[in-house]
Structures are given as structure tokens and as C-alpha cells.
Write a protein that binds this ligand. Structure first.
Ligand code: ZN
Ligand code: ZN
Ligand code: ZN
Length: 256
């Protein structure tokens, strides 16, 4: 199984338009962060988690040419706005893409992308061709790959993280209910959000993300959904062992 980190940035991306801080003006490519998303390739499925605003640029850069399914974490703009570019996959490969999310996410997608569900437009295949699936907090399959949703809080809203084999992805999380703790057992890889140093009402900050990693003890933890407050080299040099800031383009190979 392969995990490709397509974007490690918070909703504004890094650099932030107009900002002249150390991270935004950094020459280090690892300080350039597109909006948060990952691509997971198992031996039978190609799964994208979120269609970020930067989706087109991200899949071109990663050389991704096929997607079977999209797992949405939640409906915020930074996580869904690239959805229109699924069209290229539909048209070239002549296939529909299976799309999964909780009830709020699917209902919001129907409102935000109203044109996608217009029968007339679907007939001419000029919109993304997707099959929407509203999922509960229960395991399900994409082809032969088992998916375990992880229900967490993003401020006051309930969103999904996902576990696929020995990998878990959690973005925009500010609180994990104890009832979900079991889903973090024996992970080889955890990718979890760490926004900035100061606390934030709807996202883990750096300290909370470190605490979470140390609680669940995955073999390897990478942080994502990062603002310009966290300079890549500076923060990585002070993080505990096996915990690092991720960066766009990072590829991690895992056992299936
Ligand atoms: Zn976000
Ligand atoms: Zn900045
Ligand atoms: Zn969000």
C-alpha cells in the first residue's frame, strides 16, 4: 500500500497571499503547502481522501491518472472545491467515481455542486460523474479494501477520519471521543492535523497533535493541515522521535 501526501497546508495554503513571514518567504520546497489531501493506493483500489481546492495541480504533480473512490472528511471549502476536476478521470476512463461522506457532507455537496446532479448535464457528461454514498460510522468496503470511518469533532461538527489497513488519516480534528480510541490500535502510520503553536477552537495545535501521537503510539506520525506558523526545518528539529511535519509530495510505502 502506498500513501501520497498531496497537500499538507491549512485552508489558506502556505505561502499565504501577501505574507512576508519566514515560512511564507522560505526557499525550502517543504514550506510550500497546498491544501490538505492524501491519495492511497492499495493492491486493488485507488482512493483519494478529499478533493482539495488544489486537486488538479496535485494529481498532475503526483502523476495520478485513475481514482476509484473519494472519501470526504467533511464539507469545508478547502476539502471539496477541487471536485469538478474529477471530470477528466470520468471522461478518459469512461467510469463513474464512488463518493463517500457522512450525511452533512453529502447534503452540503449536493447544495454546493448543484449542477453536478442536473440530469441534463449528466447526459452530456460535462459534469463530474459520481455515485454518492452517505455512510454511517461503520466499516465498509471499496472493492476489497476495508475502510473504517473514525468519527471525531471539528469544533462542534462531527466529521470523519478514515482508517485503511494500518494507516489512519485525521484532518481538521479538535477532539477524539474515547469510543473511537480502538481504531488507532497498532498503526504503522498516522497522519493527523497540527495547525499551529497557539490553541485553536476547531483544530489540534502542535501540542495536542503530539499528545495524540504519543497516546496512540503509531510507528510513524506525520502532521498535516499546517499554517505558516510552523516552519518545516525549525519544527522538525524539535519534534519527538517518529513524529514529523509532513510535506507535499511525501510518499510512504506500507504493508497491505
Ligand atoms: Zn480544512
Ligand atoms: Zn506567512
Ligand atoms: Zn474544516
Amino acid at each position: 500500500m502506498k500513501v501520497i501526501l498531496l497537500g499538507s497546508g491549512t485552508s489558506q495554503g502556505v505561502p499565504i497571499i501577501g505574507c512576508k513571514c519566514k515560512t511564507c518567504t522560505s526557499e525550502n520546497p517543504k514550506d510550500k503547502r497546498l491544501r490538505a489531501s492524501v491519495f492511497v493506493e492499495t493492491n486493488n483500489s485507488k482512493i483519494l481522501i478529499d478533493t482539495s481546492i488544489d486537486f488538479r495541480q496535485q494529481i498532475l504533480r503526483a502523476g495520478i491518472t485513475d481514482i476509484d473512490a473519494v472519501l470526504f472528511t467533511h464539507h469545508h471549502v478547502d476539502h471539496i472545491f477541487g471536485m469538478d476536476d474529477l471530470r477528466q478521470i470520468n471522461q478518459r476512463l469512461d467510469k463513474y467515481i464512488e463518493v463517500y461522506g457522512n450525511n452533512t457532507t453529502i447534503e452540503e455537496i449536493k447544495i454546493t455542486f448543484r449542477y453536478i446532479f442536473d440530469e441534463e448535464l449528466i447526459r452530456y457528461k460535462c459534469v463530474p460523474l459520481v455515485n454518492l454514498h452517505t455512510i454511517e460510522n461503520k466499516p465498509f468496503y471499496i472493492k476489497e479494501t476495508g475502510i473504517i470511518p473514525i468519527e471525531v469533532f471539528h469544533g462542534r461538527i462531527r466529521i470523519f477520519g478514515y482508517r485503511i489497513n494500518n494507516f489512519a488519516y485525521l484532518t481538521d480534528c479538535s477532539y477524539i471521543p474515547e469510543s473511537e480510541y480502538d481504531k488507532f490500535n497498532n498503526l504503522d502510520l498516522l497522519i493527523i492535523n497540527a495547525l499551529r503553536r497557539k490553541p485553536h477552537p476547531t483544530h489540534f495545535n502542535l501540542e495536542q497533535a503530539i499528545e495524540t501521537a504519543q497516546k496512540f503510539k503509531p510507528k510513524l506520525t506525520y502532521f498535516t493541515h499546517i499554517t505558516h506558523d510552523l516552519n518545516h526545518d525549525e519544527i522538525n528539529s524539535i519534534l519527538p522521535e517518529n513524529i514529523q511535519l509532513s510535506y507535499d509530495g511525501l510518499v510512504i510505502e506500507l504493508k497491505d
